[in-house]
Ligand binder design. Structure first.
Ligand code: ATP
Ligand code: MG
Length: 396
């Protein structure tokens, strides 16, 4: 029989949710099941207060990598079920700790035991001592020390009625809430650095975030489209089952360029993006929009220009980056694996569509005057009709 691994998944914030608690836990368990799809021999249970995943040892690392991407997971640890024999438990601890010892550097460790089976002859403290002293005896000379409060490695032992499990050091999860527990929203995603980070932050608050991309293909080529597809695929690792809506935008941009005052153009493009996004969201039953706007970052993100777009939509607009500095956004984009995709060079449509002096203080009545000069309602309708819908899971 192949050796089995027991993974203990902990959640924390879910615990605050009163009567909805079981809905949250079921959602998290379902998301975990989905994230582990394709790995053989997975069994998921929900013992009180946590989720337990059993899998063959060969699949443990892959399962761990996927669990680290599931919002709602506070931490998890990989463990092995065994007899409650001090020698054997210590042997396993040595196996795990030894590779972490660097020449001459001290490593702090401790053992923490939980005893669900109170019939077990030793107390938790005694088990800590028995196992800990055996490990220390073997590795002390290599730099291992005991430190209960600041351990670099904590060996956890759970002595249950049926079996005892010994766990490796805990691995931090993403925390947040399970995707789907808050509902569904629509995120405006461009090929830039900011929007993928913004979408991720809302995912972490329990939303499934579908993407909408306004594509100016004739001017930007297929580069932008491919980039957004790859960004969506990367983000989908944290949620799955998302859609990407691709709206052809060139006709709208051309009309604005040809009929409206140059300094207002950028805000006018954005008003159309918001209107179309709202219409798609309403049709699909999504309850909010998400954007990567950050206050003052570029001309379109002044208070006046943000008001000029927000005022158009009745849905909530979430701007999780509004108060975040660019370097912090970049740091998170790197962590998420979107940064490298976002910075790939891409043809720029600025030269064709961006006015030399975009306004930072647009006035609503002027924008409305400009909009009276082109038939935006018809263009909007036709763009929505030509929209492509991509199931992101199917991108592989
Ligand atoms: P990003 O890095 O996300 O592209 P940015 O700093 O370039 O943002 P803007 O171009 O003003 O700023 O865009 C602000 C937000 O508007 C973006 O974060 C995104 O949510 C949305 N957005 C901009 N362009 C598009 C587009 N072509 N398709 C979909 N959404 C867009
Ligand atoms: Mg951009």
């Amino acid at each position: 029989m192949t050796q089995q691994c027991t993974i203990l998944v902990r959640y924390d914030e879910i615990g605050l949710k009163g009567k909805n608690r079981s809905m949250f836990i079921n959602r998290l368990a379902d998301n975990i099941r989905h994230a582990l799809k394709g790995l053989d021999g997975i069994a998921i249970q929900k013992p009180h207060g946590r989720i337990r995943v059993d899998c063959p040892m060969e699949a443990a690392d892959a399962a761990g990598q996927r669990l680290a991407c599931v919002p709602g997971v506070a931490s998890f640890s990989l463990g092995v079920a065994m007899e409650p024999d001090f020698e054997k438990m210590a042997e396993l601890g040595v196996q795990w700790i030894e590779p972490l010892l660097n020449h001459g550097k001290h490593l702090k460790f401790c053992v923490k035991t939980k005893r669900a089976d109170k019939r077990f002859p030793q107390t938790s403290t005694e088990v800590n001592y028995e196992v800990g002293s055996r490990i220390l005896g073997r590795l002390h000379e290599r730099g291992l020390e005991v430190d209960i409060d600041h351990a670099d490695f904590t060996l956890e032992i759970e002595i249950g009625q049926e079996h005892t499990v010994v766990f490796k050091n805990r691995i931090a999860g993403l925390r947040g809430l399970p995707v789907g527990s808050s509902g569904e929203v629509l995120g405006l995603i461009s090929g830039g650095i900011d929007s993928p980070v913004a979408l991720f932050r809302i995912m972490k608050r329990g939303c499934r975030v579908h993407g909408i991309f306004f594509d100016n293909q004739p001017y930007m080529g297929r580069g932008g489209y491919d980039k957004v597809k790859r960004l969506s695929r990367q983000l989908n690792r944290y949620q799955s089952r998302a859609r990407l809506y691709v709206v052809p935008f060139e006709t709208i941009q051309e009309s604005i360029r040809d009929h409206c005052r140059a300094p207002n153009r950028v805000v006018l493009y954005r008003r159309m993006m918001y209107r179309i996004a709202q219409s798609v969201a309403e049709k699909q039953g999504y309850l909010g929009l998400v954007t990567g706007e950050s206050l003052g970052q570029v001309a379109s993100q002044t208070l006046e220009n943000l008001n000029a777009v927000s005022g158009l939509v009745a849905l909530s607009v979430f701007r999780p980056l509004i108060g975040t500095d660019k370097n912090e956004i970049i740091r998170q984009a790197k962590e998420l694996g979107t940064y490298e995709i976002s910075i790939e060079p891409q043809p720029d449509c600025c030269s064709v569509f961006m006015p030399p002096n975009p306004t930072t203080k647009s006035k609503i009545h002027e924008l409305e005057e400009d909009e009276a000069r082109y038939s935006w309602q018809e263009l909007m309708q036709s763009a929505i009709e030509k929209m492509e819908i991509i199931e992101v899971d199917e991108l592989g």
